[in-house]
Design a protein around this ligand. Structure first.
Ligand code: NAI
Length: 299
């Protein structure tokens, strides 16, 4: 079944990325089923989406009718605990759960068993081998990467990632669908970190090494790279936005997949932040401090 404006979408994982992807799909007119394994998480994400939409209406970027329509198209569940066997038939699943191969592999196994063989199964993984996520499935040809960037409603780039088995017509359809969602797709092959996360590893890692060597503090390093290097965000504020846990998992994944190439070795300072629960904006503390709502304090 080709991907069209009418395709019913499921988003698995209602965290930072999942809720943003659900918003983008619903805004493009799709019915979206939002699923999360943590009880109440999908409903909480929908509440968060409602608040975001209200802000967009207040700013004049959406009408209240458009906002109501988007929210109405985002359906929670079906099961509060994210049981994928209860998901109705959909045309496209976008998985955005924790960056762990075993978890994603199990989810794709269930979807492969339960959904029609024409259903396209996409992962939002930042770094994992999509061929490994699709390993042992009956229909690995319908598995692709759709890698959105944070925050999905604002970031235009989407990496459309192919494995050696992905069907060319599905990749073509997926690129067309992303364009119809107002995104700018780039096609690439599944290799560690794809394009952006692979190139970004040294951006984060070298900046963290400079911090550890006390060359300058995080705000100064961010300032220099943002203002003088031309980046939209510096590495410390950006990893606080991404989530230190997510960024650390991605860094580890790229490092392991490149036979522990020292260029990609995660730096101690990031491990320490994760162990201390300083995950960035989502916990209110990371390299910087954040007020409720995620605004930086004193930076
Ligand atoms: P998050 O930690 O905010 O959310 C993950 C969600 O998945 C949680 O709500 C969790 O309860 C749920 N979950 C975990 N196991 C599940 C399962 N078995 N079934 C259903 N739900 C499950 O993570 P975030 O930041 O949204 O990242 C999700 C994925 O997106 C990861 O693969 C990450 O690498 C990727 N990504 C993250 C970006 C970022 O800036 N945070 C950017 C682009 C991709």
């Amino acid at each position: 079944m080709p991907l069209t404006d009418e395709t019913v979408v499921a988003v698995v994982g209602a965290g930072a990325m999942g809720v943003g992807i659900a918003q983008v799909a619903a805004q493009a007119g799709h019915e979206v089923h939002l699923v999360d394994a943590a009880e109440g998480a999908a409903a909480a994400a929908r509440e968060k989406l409602a608040a975001t939409l209200t802000r967009l209406v207040d700013k004049g970027k959406l009408t209240s009718d458009e906002s109501a329509g988007i929210l109405e198209r985002v359906i929670i569940g079906p099961a509060a605990d994210g049981d994928l066997r209860e998901l109705p038939p959909v045309g496209l699943v976008i998985e955005a759960v924790v960056e762990k191969l075993a978890v994603k592999h199990e989810i794709f196994g269930t979807l492969d068993d339960e959904q029609d063989e024409s259903t396209v199964l996409a992962t939002n993984t930042s770094s994992l081998d999509i061929g490994a996520i699709a390993a042992d499935l009956a229909h690995p040809e319908r598995v692709i990467g759709l890698h959105f960037f944070n925050p999905p409603p604002l970031m235009k780039l989407v990496e459309v990632v192919r494995t050696t088995q992905s069907a060319p017509e599905i990749l073509r359809d997926a690129q067309a669908l992303m364009e119809s969602w107002g995104k700018t797709p780039v096609l690439c092959t599944s290799t560690p970190g794809f394009i952006v996360n692979r190139v970004a590893r040294p951006f984060y890692g070298e900046s963290q090494r400079l911090l550890e060597a006390e060359v300058a503090d995080a705000a100064t390093l961010d300032f220099a790279l943002r203002e003088l290097g031309g980046f939209r965000m510096g590495p410390f504020e950006l990893t606080d936005l991404i989530g230190q846990d997510v960024n650390f998992a991605v860094g580890n994944s790229v490092w392991h997949q490149t036979d522990r190439d020292p260029r990609y070795e995660p730096v101690a300072v990031q491990r320490e932040l994760v162990e201390a629960g300083r995950l960035g904006r989502k916990t209110g503390h990371g390299y910087f401090e954040y007020a409720e709502g995620g605004q930086p304090v004193g930076v």
